[in-house]
Design a binder for this molecule. Structure first.
Ligand SMILES: [Zn+2]
Length: 272
């Protein structure tokens, strides 16, 4: 698949000029003939200047992260969410939020405003870029990766106030992180109340979303991808979690036995 093929595949799937798109991706899965930058260019061409292209660019600069990386620097800290996101965050006119662990990068109409203020909020709480995205008519494309990578479901957990929000994914990382504020160049400290957890159970949401008509499987080339409606996803997931707060916990006991986070959440669910 070349750039022109990708642009036309996107158009055929309703990703057109003016679309607001949140992209999660696996570069290795799409069999693309070209660099990750060209994948980004294909998406920019498809949605155009009047559209909005958003990607996660998480850098996980926790203060006590095992491989201490120092303060998060939006211009330098690498993205840990794949080759396409790493290329994207470095491209011209791409704005990246100042959140030290869970930053988001955006390009297109209103991109700078879209990522603003993230460092003053919980990683995936109300008012964050992804929560704002769920209030648009935007689409979410999981290109060659599954719904397990859909960070926006952590926003749903936050909005539904699930009882396990206070469980830290890995307490050893600590509750603080540092970042360099672009405005004054100073190193500032960020304090966490909540740290997004494990997403092993996110596939539980597929039947809910399918039933509501907000989830569609597709293939842009040979990979398996899915396209979801952001507002629909948020509505369905928050309603479900309000009724069943542990609905996104994985049922895979093998995973749970090896995952401290899921173990704790399961214990909470059983204590109810
Ligand atoms: Zn887990």
């Amino acid at each position: 698949m070349k750039k022109a093929d990708l642009v036309s595949a996107l158009h055929n799937n309703g990703i057109i000029r003016g679309t607001k798109l949140l992209l999660h991706s696996s570069y290795k899965s799409i069999n693309f003939e070209g660099a990750p930058e060209e994948v980004c260019q294909s998406f920019m061409e498809a949605v155009g200047d009047e559209g909005l292209l958003v990607m996660p660019s998480h850098s996980l600069n926790f203060k006590n992260y095992p491989a201490t990386k120092g303060p998060y620097n939006p211009g330098r800290s690498p993205s840990t969410t794949g080759a396409i996101t790493e290329a994207f965050r470095k491209m011209p006119r791409v704005a990246r939020s100042l959140h030290p662990s869970h930053s988001v990068a955006a390009w297109g109409r209103g991109a700078r405003e879209f990522v603003k203020g993230h460092e003053k909020l919980e990683p995936e709480g109300a008012g964050t870029p992804l929560e704002k995205f769920s209030r648009t008519d935007g689409l979410i494309l999981m290109m060659g990766c599954g719904i397990g990578s859909a960070t926006i479901l952590h926003v749903a957990e936050f909005m539904a106030e699930v009882p396990y929000l206070k469980v830290h994914y890995n307490p050893a990382w600590g509750y603080e992180a540092e970042y360099i504020d672009e405005e004054d160049g100073k190193v500032k400290t960020y304090k966490y109340n909540t740290v997004p957890g494990c997403s092993a159970g996110f596939q539980n949401a597929i039947p809910w979303l399918k039933e509501a008509g907000f989830y569609r499987e597709l293939s842009l080339n040979k990979e398996s991808s899915c396209l979801m409606n952001a507002g629909g996803l948020m509505k369905v997931a928050v309603e479900k979690l309000k009724q069943e707060p542990y609905a996104l916990l994985t049922t895979d006991e093998t995973h749970i036995s090896g995952c401290n986070y899921c173990k704790q959440v399961q214990r909470m669910s059983r204590a109810v």
